[in-house]
Design a binder for this molecule. Structure first.
Ligand code: OAD
Length: 234
């Protein structure tokens, strides 16, 4: 009989994909310096200028063809040998999946999908280089990016919360913790659950959180050493 694996829940943000060459949002050279966030990533912005929003996400999607998962994504996949790993990501890229992670929940949507404007249950997968505009019709429907815009609800939140409530270990990686409700997930861990935060420029976190001040590749390698050593002791 094999022992049940501990449940390791990861909450990742843009920082985990930075070493793959995807820009973060709020760092000095971040995307929101170049594009006003409320123009390209809000429900109002989409209503005002849908062509601009389609174009913004077309460019982000196209970039996925040119990037690869990095060591941080890959180590999280490797940890599945010893842990039941669930990744909750704010990222709209697919690098966790491409590194092999089995359970990935996208809180803010996915770049390689669009959905019908008149029926949110109709979701369509696109190739990286496919482009959409307000005029694009798929399966008889006009479509929009499958992205959670600011001012919209976060449909995967309940799923994410129930995973965090199950966590034996909770790890936050590469996020400025500025955007809610993602930033509040840590509040759902059970009392006594070890919590780690990996980020080269960490934001303030509650007392008791172990901060690993490092880039994701190094920080996740360090985390894996700690978790595997702890597991051996048990
Ligand atoms: P941010 O751009 O706000 O934060 C990026 C974080 O990554 C910062 O804390 C950096 O210090 C850290 N970072 C930078 N390089 C790193 C590296 N090599 N390794 C690890 N960490 C690194 O991105 P998020 O917190 O993910 O939402 O942003 C959250 C949401 O805001 C996004 O999902 C997006 C955005 O608006 C929507 O558009 C809906």
């Amino acid at each position: 009989m094999t022992a049940k694996k501990p449940v390791l829940v990861i909450s990742s943000g843009a920082g985990i994909s930075a070493e793959s060459g995807i820009r973060t949002f709020r760092d000095a050279d971040g995307l929101w310096e170049e594009y006003p966030v409320m123009d390209v990533a809000s429900a109002d912005g989409f209503r005002r200028n849908p062509a601009l929003v389609h174009e913004f996400y077309n460019a982000r999607r196209a970039q996925l063809a040119d990037v690869e998962p990095n060591a941080a994504h890959r180590i999280l996949h490797d940890l599945e040998d010893d842990f039941e790993v669930y990744v909750i990501t704010q990222n709209v890229d697919d690098l966790h999946e491409r590194a092999g992670s089995t359970h990935v929940v996208h809180l803010h949507g996915e770049l390689n999908k669009v959905r019908a404007l008149d029926d949110e249950t109709k979701v369509y997968r696109l190739d990286y280089k496919e482009r959409t505009t307000p005029e694009t019709v798929i399966d008889g429907h006009h479509v929009r990016p499958h992205i959670v815009f600011f001012q919209e609800a976060v449909p995967m939140l309940e799923t994410a919360v129930s995973l965090v409530e199950r966590a034996d270990i909770f790890v936050i990686i590469g996020t400025s913790l500025q955007v809610y409700p993602a930033a509040a997930l840590v509040n759902y861990v059970r009392r006594g659950t070890p919590v780690y935060y990996i980020d080269p420029a960490p934001s303030r976190v509650p007392e008791g959180v172990t901060v690993i001040r490092a880039k994701a590749s190094e920080g996740v390698a360090e985390l894996a050493r700690i978790l595997l050593a702890d597991k051996q002791k048990q």
